[in-house]
Design a protein around this ligand. Structure first.
Ligand code: NDP
Length: 328
């Protein structure tokens, strides 16, 4: 049997992608086969498809670091035909065929059953970016942050991780300050729950090793000078999470926020997170995320538009989340 898929090849130096008819027999090994409904275009998908970072390790490969759908074959009794499931990360789009296809075959230990009341569409509207935002919120809570401690900053706020982090934190009762390079998105960010919106240029240049205390906590997906400045402005015993490199992977700061102000910097990795942590994150997303806010952050494309959108994501030109309807 064949199905439609976006296939990445690397005939010479550059990666190219094309929508093709793919044979199910050529899928990667695994004990569960899924009829895919949705995937998404994350920042990491942009890096993979453009080859800006060597994410794809084996060609030809179906990219797509996440997907949701319905089990159509399984040799693991924990997953029955008809179960709605999702996958984030693991080896998808590295050396295992990913989510940009109408079928996928994976190891059952990678799968999460989609918790009620989320649909397969909701699950990918959240996607890896939203799940990473939840992992960040869990890390803030683990570090002792509570809404009474003061303002929480979200950087890269118009992006996928940022948008969901703003919606989640405001829903949990935090006063959220959104940092963005797109001040024209102020109304959008306020509709997600931001109380205040600041220009990211306030944070993006080299700054002092410690500065006035502003943030009780922060969710950073930007890195570089932005993260160094956020740490320098974090209050005594504040908590900051780091998951991304949209400004850069460097951290040009000092240890002073840690040794003078007892600030905690928590690293966030979604790709290899243990299953227990994933299940907690997805059950909290099902409970805590306002799905109406989520829908306002989401646009939908088909397989043929992925390549163009992936480039726009890397240029910071996409607002919120981009859902891929693989059957469109
Ligand atoms: P998006 O592209 O959707 O959002 C990134 C946002 O960062 C942009 O929308 C923009 O927000 C801001 N930004 C872009 N360029 C710059 C810049 N030069 N300086 C400062 N801010 C900038 O990506 P995602 O939200 O999907 O991912 C964000 C980051 O998190 C990426 O680096 C991604 O790789 C990483 N990530 C890591 C994961 C992990 O497991 N550790 C999982 C998921 C994502 P605005 O316009 O509002 O300023």
């Amino acid at each position: 049997m064949t199905f439609r898929a976006l296939l990445a090849t690397k005939p010479h130096d550059a990666i190219s992608t094309q929508v093709v008819e793919f044979d199910e027999a050529d899928l990667s090994p695994g004990d569960v086969t899924v009829a895919v409904d949705y995937s998404t275009v994350n920042y990491k998908d942009g890096l993979a498809i453009t080859g800006r970072m060597p994410i794809i390790q084996s060609f030809p490969l179906i990219p797509g670091i996440d997907f949701s759908g319905t089990v159509i074959a399984s040799t693991n009794p924990d997953f029955a035909v008809g179960d709605p499931v999702l996958v984030n990360g693991w080896a998808l789009s590295h050396d295992h065929h990913g989510g940009y296809a109408q079928r996928a075959r994976v190891k059952s230990e990678w799968l999460v059953k989609i918790p009620q009341p989320l649909s397969t569409r909701d699950a990918m509207a959240i996607g890896t970016a939203g799940y990473t935002a939840m992992l960040s919120v869990l890390a803030l809570e683990h570090g002792g942050l509570t809404p009474d401690r003061g303002d929480v900053l979200v950087t890269g706020a118009s992006g996928g991780v940022g948008s969901v982090a703003v919606a989640l934190l405001s829903g949990l009762g935090y006063r959220v300050v959104a940092s963005t390079g797109r001040l024209e998105e102020t109304d959008y960010l306020k509709s997600l729950g931001a109380t205040e919106v600041i220009d990211r240029r306030e944070l993006s240049q080299a700054g002092a090793p410690v500065a006035n205390e502003r943030w009780a906590g922060a969710v950073d997906s930007v890195g570089s000078h932005t993260l160094a400045n956020v740490l320098a402005q974090t209050k005594y015993r504040g908590v900051v999470t780091t998951c991304g490199i949209a400004q850069g992977p460097d951290l040009p700061g000092s240890v002073l926020p840690f040794v003078l102000r007892n600030v905690t910097l928590a690293g966030i990795d979604s790709v290899n997170a243990p299953q227990k942590v994933r299940l907690e994150a997805w059950s909290r997303l099902a409970k805590d995320l306002d799905l109406n806010k989520l829908n306002s952050t989401t646009s939908t494309i088909g397989l043929a538009q992925i390549d163009d959108v992936a480039r726009l994501v890397l240029d910071g030109k996409i607002r919120g989340r981009t859902l891929v309807d693989v059957n469109a």
